[in-house]
Design a protein around this ligand. Structure first.
Ligand code: IMP
Length: 434
């Protein structure tokens, strides 16, 4: 079982970073395959909180290879900053490898991200403003700059001599008066290229070689399935494919390697930015969950919208990515509530809906139908120690019922259970380790 993919089953922010960090201990290679620094993973080690945006969370485990695959878009300034911060805190970044095929986020991508959002006026996506969409647009339009270009000053200049005037015209058309300076962009970005060159290589064959040698490779998804460019709540999505199929393409390996997929299911639902959210809570319970769960973006600091667990969403994601197990996160946040609701299906004018409609006007009209379950008290520290020592049977009875309900509905076992912020507060319910 050398390849395991981790996929967010909701709208991102499911707590993937912590699960990846946990599983990274058992793996040899950790690969990111899509997204960019729109992602934010936070992992608490001892009293220290590490927030990662681009570097795979595997970097926090000494000796593991951390790979940024071809499917990722890279802001080189942000990456260098992140590497510097890690090194300052004595985390070695020696084992980082960056695909030479990965695309670069250029300064005009960030400006275009803002300009496009402004143009959308009343229908803003609420992007992270990191230039993700424009960078992927350029990749598809064959106007991108790749890491192999960034590390070659001559190629980079040739590429930018063509691209910068073009982007200037587009920015002007959007009403942006800023002037792009070819020389300073060339200077700044070739310097980034020089500093990153030692990490840049053809990573696909390297990952394939690791898989062939039966090394354990963890594919770390960013964002969530409902933000997938094809299958998410378009246009309120990110610009990459976030489902498991892309773990292969975005890393440059055969899909036949992918044999396990864990879906990360936060015990409730959150969403950042605009777009439909059927089980959203607009009341005090929603606010309580947001506060208790610390639901503020790692990347932008924006408050996340909160709602009940929506199984239409998680089952849809499971079908798209072929989940083989569920890692449930942040279940502790629901402690102390008398009653909990779980959305099992939607009601559309009297018709039962069990999947996500493409047309958002239809999704907007879907009313969530809930099953109500009894809550449990917060877990005290002494009880936490007992749970971690004794396992599932030591969990509060109603929490066990909540988990069993989700398992039955999704037809999957909960294999990992996140019970708190700390690195060790994960209950491992797998029959055998990876
Ligand atoms: P973009 O990825 O910056 O283009 O933003 C597009 C949409 O995806 C916005 O609604 C963002 O809030 C959302 N998004 C992007 N990355 C993340 C993430 O890591 N977690 C949650 N939402 C995200």
């Amino acid at each position: 079982m050398p390849a395991l993919v981790i996929i967010g089953s909701q709208w991102g922010d499911e707590g993937k970073g912590k699960i990846v960090d946990f599983l990274a201990e058992e793996s040899d290679v950790v690969v990111r395959f899509q997204g960019g620094n729109n992602a934010g993973h936070s992992v608490k080690i001892g009293e220290e909180l590490f927030a990662l945006h681009l570097v795979p969370s595997g970097i926090l485990r000494p000796g593991k290879m951390a790979v940024i695959g071809n499917g990722v878009v890279i802001d080189p300034g942000v990456l260098l900053d992140e590497l510097e911060k890690l090194e300052k805190r004595s985390v070695s970044v020696e084992n980082l490898r960056i695909s030479d095929r990965a695309h670069v986020i250029m300064p005009y991508h960030k400006m275009l991200d803002d300009a496009e959002e402004r143009m959308r006026a009343g229908a803003k996506v609420g992007t992270t403003g990191r230039g993700i969409g424009p960078s992927y647009s350029d990749k598809v339009a064959r106007l991108g700059v790749r890491m192999c270009d960034l590390v070659d000053e001559k190629v980079l200049r040739e590429r930018l001599e063509f691209l910068v005037p073009l982007k200037q015209r587009i920015l002007n058309a959007y009403g942006d008066t800023a002037r792009l300076d070819l020389e300073s962009i060339c200077r700044e970005y070739s310097d980034y290229g020089r500093r990153l060159a030692k990490y840049v290589m053809d990573t696909g064959p390297m990952v394939t070689e690791a898989l062939t040698a039966k090394k354990r490779v963890l594919f770390e998804g960013a964002q969530g399935s409902m933000l997938d460019i094809d299958h998410g709540t378009y246009p309120f999505v990110t610009s990459s494919q976030t489902v498991a199929g892309n773990a292969a393409s975005g890393s440059g390996v055969s899909p036949l390697w992918l044999d396990e997929v864990f879906g990360i299911v936060k015990a409730y639902t959150t969403r950042v930015g605009a777009g439909p959210f059927p089980s959203e809570l607009m009341d005090d319970i929603g606010k309580h969950i947001a506060d208790k769960g610390g639901e503020f973006g790692t990347t932008t600091g924006r408050a996340r919208r909160c709602g009940w667990l929506d199984l239409v969403v998680t089952k849809y994601s499971s079908a798209l990515s072929g989940f083989t197990g569920v890692a449930m996160t942040k279940i502790d946040v629901l402690g102390g509530l008398d009653e909990l609701k779980i959305c099992t299906h939607y009601n559309l004018d009297g018709v039962k809906v069990t999947t996500i409609p493409a047309d958002l006007r239809v999704l907007d009209r879907c009313r969530p139908e809930y099953s109500t379950l009894r809550g449990w008290d917060d877990i005290e520290p002494a009880r936490m120690d007992r749970i971690l020592a004794e396992g599932f049977s030591a969990l509060p009875r109603n929490m066990r019922k909540y988990i069993r309900f989700v398992e039955k509905q999704m037809g999957l076992r909960v294999v990992l259970l996140g019970l708190g912020r700390r690195r060790n507060e994960i209950l491992d319910l797998r029959r055998k380790k990876w």
